[in-house]
Design a protein. Structure first.
Length: 282
């Protein structure tokens, strides 16, 4: 796949660059460029990101960073089995547990929420940093909902991180998930409160909390027409009115013609009747 000329490969993280030093220089440059493309496209064009990740994987499957990037690209296009295999490979290479929550979420994606929930109770979770533990809690709550345990999902999300007033990178998503869980058990007033709290913490616009709030408040959004569309709409309406008037005039004229014709017929019938009576009298 083509790579833009302004992509040099130097854009990658220094730790990833360090991993690529095990490769021949030209190969390392090619892999780096493909990894840059994966990162650039992952959110907006996941299918293309996936294609670049497969190229990088073909070039350097023994590099942990490549396996991890391939995992996230597969995850983004809902290829959960592939993603899980790549994440497991990356974890074996590094011995790092950071991927544990997303691995559990892959189990959910594959229709195995019970396995995801079991992973939430494994010792590996205790080795995660705070952000990782919050992520694991979100996955576990999702697994509970997958299993039809909506009330348990609410309880799963109740934590010191949820109660904290400090805003962290995970705060908006945690509050949003809690609000959504509350809504699922028909606790609408509380859900509205937590959607509002999620919106307050969502500085990067990572959730649609504002839309959910509007929905709960019964607000409907209508796309505004631009000026040209408004003008065009006005012309259409005006044209329709002119057409209606013209059609009405035509109908009136036709009716008048019919009345005149009918009156003439009546006169003719009357005259014929009178003539007939005179003939009878004679």
């Amino acid at each position: 796949m083509p790579i833009p000329e302004d992509v040099t490969g130097d854009e990658i993280d220094k730790d990833v660059r360090q991993e690529l030093l095990s490769l021949p220089k030209s190969l390392a440059e090619d892999v780096a460029k493909n990894l840059v493309m994966v990162a650039k496209l992952l959110d907006e064009e996941p299918e293309r990101a996936y294609q670049y990740s497969r190229i990088a994987l073909r070039l350097a499957s023994r590099v942990a960073a490549v396996r991890e990037a391939a995992g996230f690209a597969s995850y983004a296009v809902a290829k959960y089995s592939e993603a899980l295999a790549e994440f497991r490979a990356a974890r074996r290479m590094t011995g790092n547990n950071d991927l544990w929550p997303v691995m559990a979420d892959c189990e959910r994606g594959m229709g195995r929420p019970e396995r995801a929930l079991a992973m939430a109770g494994e010792p590996e979770v205790q080795k995660l940093d705070r952000a990782g533990q919050v992520e694991m809690r979100l996955v576990a709550a999702g697994a509970r909902r997958d299993m039809g345990q909506a009330d348990a999902a609410v309880v799963t999300l109740q934590s010191p991180e949820l109660a904290s007033n400090s805003v962290q990178p995970w705060t908006a998503r945690l509050r949003y998930a809690y609000a959504d869980a509350l809504l699922a058990v028909s606790r609408e007033d509380e859900a509205r409160e937590w959607f509002a709290k999620a919106l307050e913490a969502d500085q990067g616009g990572t959730t649609d909390a504002s839309d959910r709030l509007a929905e709960l408040d019964g607000v409907e959004f209508v796309d505004a027409l631009d000026e040209d569309e408004v003008a065009d709409a006005g012309e259409v309406v005006e044209g329709a009115k002119v057409t209606e008037v013209a059609e009405a005039d035509d109908v009136a004229e036709e009716a008048a013609d019919d009345d005149i014709a009918e009156a003439a017929d009546d006169d003719a019938d009357s005259e014929n009747s009178e003539n007939s009576e005179r003939g009878d009298a004679s």
